[in-house]
Design a protein around this ligand. Structure first.
Ligand code: ADP
Length: 503
């Protein structure tokens, strides 16, 4: 070990080498002092190094703290901006001069509470709006239903009047009556459909039908309107267009009739064409395209979206006999059928409404043929008609009169039960909504003592719930109003034949 410089100087100054050599233990003492010196130096070195390390760490921590401070300051600035954005009226000086995070988070908490309260009030407003809308839909449905019942009678009577013997000068009045009541019925049906769509209650009823017949039928009903306006109506489809398809034919007819009647209404020159194209075929379905093209007044480009809104009409001038519901209903119906209505139009030149739709393939054997029923072998059948409304009883009586049936009448369920107890009938036509005892209750009571007489419900509503009630009560079938004479005849024949022999 090297002797410490300071120690060496003191030894050289005070001790000769002989003294060191001749004094026992001195050498040892010097060595131990030297060792202490060396340890002391080592400790100083270590301390210095520790100090340097501490200084570096301090520098690092300092930097870190500085950058954290910057981040916090930036955060506070952003928070202040956020508060400023949410509450512009808030006193900004209070925030800008503070970097007190606690104060700012308190502020935010306050704001969150305010927003939550606003959200809660909004939710209540939305709930109220939905409730009001439901009440409105229900009101519309009820009122339209109430109007439809007597209107059914007027429509049916106008048909009967025209078919019966009448004076030639009455013909025009009866025609006008028929057209006016039919138009009113279409309007009421639009309102009913609209309220059903609004409350999500509109259901599709699919079955197999002949598409060619449907198109020809539509042509037959559209042609007279076109002729009246001295414009053409053309139906255009190739023979390869699939014939038997499975869908809701009533709704497809409604959409097409809607588009065609608009096209006819807004066209004064040229005409209207219904064009149907068979585009392709996949496993169970055909892809078809329907187009209704007119050469009418057209629609301004800026209005092309709005025309599908409820109650929207571009101009009142041409829309006197419209509700502004037709296109919105057609759009909803097509949505239910997984399709979408499109429009192209040029003002002054005309419009084209079109949609592509996948329609399932149908079963030819399932098609219900609509043909006029012959009325042979109905002579003498006895039928009980149960309805509280005198005019409904009159209409049914008029419809059935020419088929030589024996008719009895009852005005409510209680009267019906009495009559059925007193006499056997081939068939009972039973209204559902009646005072004193309704058709459902009456049928349940009749079924306790008579399981044989066929009972057919007459109802203006054909929703699933009514059907369920009807069949659950023990009735055999259901006819929806307005009653179509042919359908009534078919049902009467069907249910009467089996029983006639037993009477
Ligand atoms: P409505 O025909 O009962 O008024 P719609 O919903 O069927 O209601 O149509 C809404 C509006 O769109 C019409 O009032 C009319 O302004 C415009 N429109 C619809 N079809 C045509 C068409 N073929 N040509 C010109 N305008 C049309």
């Amino acid at each position: 070990m090297e002797t410490n410089k300071l120690l060496l100087r003191q030894i050289k100054r005070n001790l000769s080498s002989e003294v060191i050599e001749n004094t026992p233990g001195l050498k040892e003492f010097i060595n131990s002092v030297n060792e202490s010196y060396s340890n002391f130096n080592h400790d100083i070195e270590m301390n210095e190094r520790a100090f340097q390390i501490a200084e570096m760490e301090y520098e690092e921590i300092n930097q870190k703290l500085n950058s954290e401070k910057e981040t916090i300051e930036r955060g506070i600035k952003r928070l202040s901006n956020m508060i400023r954005a949410i509450t512009p009226e808030f006193d900004l000086a209070r925030i800008d001069n503070q970097d007190d995070l606690l104060f700012i988070t308190g502020m935010l908490e306050e704001q969150v509470a305010v927003r939550k309260e606003i959200e809660r009030k909004l939710q209540i407003a939305v709930d109220n709006e939905i409730e009001a809308s439901n009440v409105k839909s229900e009101f519309l449905a009820t009122i339209s239903h109430e109007i439809r019942s007597p209107l059914n009678v007027i429509t049916s009577l106008s048909h009967i009047l025209l078919s019966e013997h009448h004076l030639p000068e009455q013909e025009e009045n009866f025609e006008i009556l028929k057209i006016a009541s039919n138009t009113l019925m279409l309007l009421i049906n639009d309102v009913l459909d609209f309220s059903k769509i609004e409350s999500g209650k509109l259901e599709l009823k699919k079955y197999s039908f002949d598409l060619h017949s449907l198109l020809k039928d539509i042509k037959k009903s559209s042609k007279p309107l076109a002729q009246e306006k001295e414009i053409f109506f053309k139906l255009d489809y190739q023979e390869n267009l699939p014939r038997v398809v499975y869908s809701d034919s009533l709704r497809i007819r409604q959409i097409l009739v809607n588009l065609i009647s608009n096209a006819l209404k807004f066209t004064e020159q040229g005409g209207v064409e219904l064009k149907v194209d068979f585009l392709s075929e996949i496993k169970d379905s055909y892809l078809l395209q329907f187009e209704v093209i007119d050469s009418g007044i057209g629609i301004p480009e800026s209005k092309l979206k709005e025309i599908f809104d409820e109650f929207y009409q571009v101009s009142k001038k041409h829309s006197r006999n419209g509700t502004g519901l037709g296109l919105s209903i057609s759009k909803h119906l097509l949505n239910l059928l997984d399709s979408e209505i499109m429009v192209e139009s040029t003002e002054g030149k005309g419009s084209k409404f079109f949609f592509k739709i996948y329609i399932e393939k149908g079963e030819p054997k399932d098609i219900v043929e609509e043909h006029t029923e012959s009325s042979d072998n109905l002579n003498g059948l006895s039928i009980l008609i149960v309805d509280d409304m005198a005019f409904n009883r009159i209409v049914i009586e008029k419809m059935l009169n020419k088929w030589n049936l024996k008719l009895d009448f009852a005005e409510n369920g209680v009267e019906a039960i009495e009559k059925i107890k007193a006499k056997k009938y081939n068939l009972v036509l039973m209204d559902i909504h009646m005072p004193i005892m309704n058709g459902i209750e009456a049928t349940k009571a009749i079924r306790l003592f008579d399981n044989e007489t066929n009972i057919i419900a007459l109802t203006a509503s054909s929703d699933e719930k009514t059907k369920e009630d009807v069949f659950y009560s023990g009735m055999n079938n259901l006819i929806t109003k307005p009653i179509i004479p042919n359908e009534l005849l078919r049902v009467i024949k069907n249910y009467s034949e089996q029983k006639k022999a037993n009477l």
